[in-house]
Design a binder for this molecule. Structure first.
Ligand code: 4NP
Length: 155
């Protein structure tokens, strides 16, 4: 069993989108019994809230239903429990790195590290922009999640 946690700031835009899309492809490829998936935010402002309606709309158009997800804040137990902690931007990386014991630093990766298409490292925060930003972010999430799955299941 491999346990993957996606982390962003609010857990209402990027990380639930990654969770929803990754769940979909993991299921399609038959790995749902071997990969456990969750998401969380470094901040606690949105705890208990469903994903942002713009994230839900963009994901829904791409066949991913985010409506059952609820935001929660990341905890130190997450560092222990998960094998991979996948962050979206440098702020997430430094916040998570500060929470994680030194033995767990190797678990922390940027989602775009797995991408073969995007040169940059950060998936930008779409919260204060328009709906177009959510489409851009979803493109990045989809491609890098496909590569992330390849990297986990590669023989
Ligand atoms: P996320 O986006 O980190 O992708 O979920 C954000 C959502 C809310 C806020 C910031 C980022 N906020 O400041 O409330």
């Amino acid at each position: 069993m491999k346990r993957v946690l996606f982390v962003c700031l609010g857990n209402i835009c990027r990380s639930p989108s990654a969770e929803g899309f990754f769940r979909k492809i993991v299921k399609e490829k038959g790995f749902e019994e071997t990969i456990e998936i969750d998401s969380a935010g470094t901040g606690n402002w949105h705890t208990g809230h469903p994903p942002d309606h713009r994230a839900q709309a963009v994901a829904s158009r791409r066949g991913v239903d985010l409506s059952d997800l609820r935001a929660r804040q990341v905890s130190s137990r997450d560092m222990d429990y998960h094998d991979l902690i996948i962050v979206m931007d440098r702020r997430n990386y430094s916040d998570i790195s500060a929470m994680a014991q030194s033995g767990y630093q190797h678990k922390i990766h940027y989602l775009l590290e797995y991408s073969e298409q995007y040169e940059e490292l950060e998936i930008p925060d779409p919260y204060y922009g328009g709906v177009h930003g959510f489409d851009v972010v979803m493109d990045m999430i989809e491609e890098s999640c496909e590569r992330l799955l390849d990297s986990i299941v590669r023989p």
